[in-house]
Every structure is written in C-alpha cells, then in structure tokens.
Design a protein around this ligand. Sequence first.
Ligand SMILES: C[S@@+](CC[C@H](N)C(=O)[O-])C[C@H]1O[C@@H](n2cnc3c(N)ncnc32)[C@H](O)[C@@H]1O
Length: 455
Amino acid sequence: MKTKAPVAKNERLDVTIADLTYQGMGVAKVDDFPLFIENALPGEELTIQVTKVQSHYGFARAIAWKSESPDRVKDVDKTYRQTGIAPLQHLAYPAQLKFKQHQIAELFSKDHQDVDVAPTLGMENPTQYRNKAQVPVRMIKGQLETGFYRQHSHDLIPLTDFYIQDPAIDAAIVKVRDFLRQFEIPAYNEISDKGVIRNIMVRRGYYSHEMMIVLISRTQKLPSQAQLVDQIHQALPEVTSIVLNVNAKKTNVIMGNVTRTLYGKPTIEDSLLGLTFAISARSFYQVNPQQTEKLYQMAIDKAGLTGEETVIDAYCGIGTISLALAKHAKHVYGVDVVSEAIEDAKVNAQKNHLSNVSFETNKAEFQMAKWQEDGIKPDVVVVDPPRKGLAESLIDSTAKMGPKKVVYVSCNPATLVRDVARFQELGYDIDGPIQPVDQFPQTPHVESVTVLVKK
Ligand SMILES: C[S@@+](CC[C@H](N)C(=O)[O-])C[C@H]1O[C@@H](n2cnc3c(N)ncnc32)[C@H](O)[C@@H]1O
C-alpha cells in the first residue's frame, strides 16, 4: 500500500538525528518516515530542507545546526565528502570504529541472530593509507585534469591531495598529468566516445616502494608514447613498471582486457607478513597494507593450523592468504576468477619457496563443486569474496566437503549475514566474536573475520 509521505519537497523542518545509515548518512524520522541527510551525526539537532521524497523515505540537506555531536570533527574539507573519498571524515575516528562494530551487530540482530562483535581494530594514523589510486581523467575548459567524480555523477572535481592515499602516489599522479598536458594527449570524452586517456592507476609497494603506473586508454597506442614513458620514469625514480591498458568500450568498467608493458616489468613487488608478492595491473591486492597484515594474521590465527591440515582459500587473488596459510598447513588449494591473479599466485609460490600449494583459475563456485566431486576433504576453508558475497552453491559444496572450520573474511556485512544464515542451515555455527578490522578509515566500508565451526 502506498503511504502518503508526511513531508513535502523544499519543506524546512527541525529534526534530531537518530542514527547513521550504512553509507554514513544521518537519519531523522518524521512520524516514522526516514529522511537521509549528508553530514549529519546521531544526536545532532538541526534545521533541514527536504530535497527528494519517495514513497517510503526521503532526502534532505542540513541548513543549520542547533547542537553538534561531541564526535563531530570540525574544519573538514567538504570535497572529500562530495567525492565520496572520505564520507565519514566528519566523524571522529574512535566513533568511526564503534560505528563499524555496531553496523555488524545490528545487521545480525535484524536477522534475529545474536552475535558477539569485538571492537574494531583501527589504525594509529587513519589517513594516507591507500597503496593504490585509480583516478579519472577529463578535459575541463580545454585542460586535462585528474581528480575524482562528484558522488553519483561523472562530474570531475580536480584534486591533487587525495587525503587517504599514500602522498607519493598523489605526487606521481600530478607528474603524469603534467606530462600528458605537455604532450597534448587528450583525455577521453565519454559523451563523444573520443579522446585517449580514461584513467590513471598507480600502485606503490608499502615496503618495497616499487611503483606501477597504468595508463588506461581508449586507443591501442598513445600519441608521443615513447617520449611520455621516458619522461615518466625519469621524473619518478620509484617507477619500475609502466603499463598500458586498452579499454575501447563505451562502459563504466575501468580496465579493458588488453594490457601491455611499456617500461620495466609487468608487475611490482611488495611484501606482507614477511612474504614477497608480485602484483600485476589487473590483480586484486588489498589497499591498506598496514591493516591487511593484521587482517591476515587474524585469519591465520583463527584457522588454528598445526601443519597437518588441507586448506582451501576461495577467492585467493594473488595467493596472499594462501601462501601465509601454506607455512602452517599440509596443502593449500586456491582459486580465483582472474587468470592474471592466478599467474601471479603461482609465481608468488615459487618466490617464497612454497610448494604445498595449487592454484586454479575458475569461478570459486564451480571450482568448489569440482573439488568436492574430486573428493578433496579440506579441514579449513577460507573465503574472502567480493562485496556480493558467496554464491549459494559454493556454500552448499563447502558444507558437503565438511570442513571443521570456515574462516570468512568479509568486506560487506550485509552479505556476510545472509551467508552465515545459510551455513547455519547446513550445520555450522559462529565460534567466538566477529572481529572487524578497519581496512578503509574515513569511509563506511566494514571488513571483518568470522569463524564458523561444524556442529
Ligand atoms: C576481496 S578480494 C580477495 C583476494 C585475496 N584473498 C586478497 O586478500 O588479496 C576478492 C577476489 O575474488 C575474486 N573473484 C571475484 N568473483 C569471483 C568468483 N566468482 N570466483 C572466484 N574469484 C572471484 C577477485 O578477482 C578478487 O581477487
């Protein structure tokens, strides 16, 4: 039944913020009708103006504050909120950590599951942590610019300090931008589908300081390619890899399928927990190296290995968790859908002198079914899926293989709750508290480790 909203567009109201959404927006209720307001924190009293009304909820903007939350950080740069780079920057860091812990507990409680969630493991310095940048490139008033899109749009806001990225990466983006300007290489125009450079991706090893620059282009070759490449590696001595990725499609997907090395190696190296990893342009690699070591150590500890176990690492990427576990297990099987990541994983096993691992390129849901049919009997299964969580068929094959333990590394508590419920139907229970680890300070993203044991 369609209910009539108790508010109208452009109406001004005085409200008290009751909660924060999973996206970090303040929520005010008018006769139980929720209004979502950016830059508003729980407990704050403010005047708002309604901007949009839907049948079951609406949006408003803050006009004036009557009282402010003690957790409000003042004098923040609103560009970081407008672009979605740091939408929680206005919330004090200890409150961000509590917000993330609370989010997991609340989602489980809405699903009628009573779980223990430990305090979120945070960072000492929760800025400048990202080891990877992926920035759009556009022409603005005839000049090539790099920056970030205004949220929910493709309007580029030029930026040189990205606040949560390694500052060496920010500086590299400015240098590459200046060379693109110097050689008059045009930015891609997504309306006319003309122009050349779509995005710049930069990755820098936290320990190695090796830097990779990926130029994502509509065209197979860049104008002044040789001179551009020369200038970039001469100006940026940390650069050990310059890669061209060709994406000729009219699409929002950033990278295309063709990747060519223009300078140096096709990979950079970095280390985690004392292991060395080669990382190619299209492989997933956790963006917060300091927190990743805590996250992986937690997964290793929770796996409780003695050296005798068979382990499956589903969604293994370049084999980071697999190799860390292989030091304490009899054999580790890894699977990932990206073939470059599996090639990296195989190289990484050799680099670290670990031979008790095997890697497959496949969809995890298909490979788990295959391993189950082949009679593999894992003692522990580790899963670290993307935000959409696990396919139901993967959970079914896992349960059929009957591991004593499943260690679930999740970057989306909503799909975690759904998947845990399915595991529970198939004879598994949560063991011990869920442990959030803050991989993405200043943003509402929540990463956590959950252990499930066979009843
Ligand atoms: C959150 S990342 C985790 C990677 C790795 N465990 C790590 O920490 O570096 C998720 C991985 O899942 C992979 N992936 C996405 N969908 C997949 C699928 N259906 N089957 C297998 N792998 C998939 C991605 O390529 C990515 O490497």
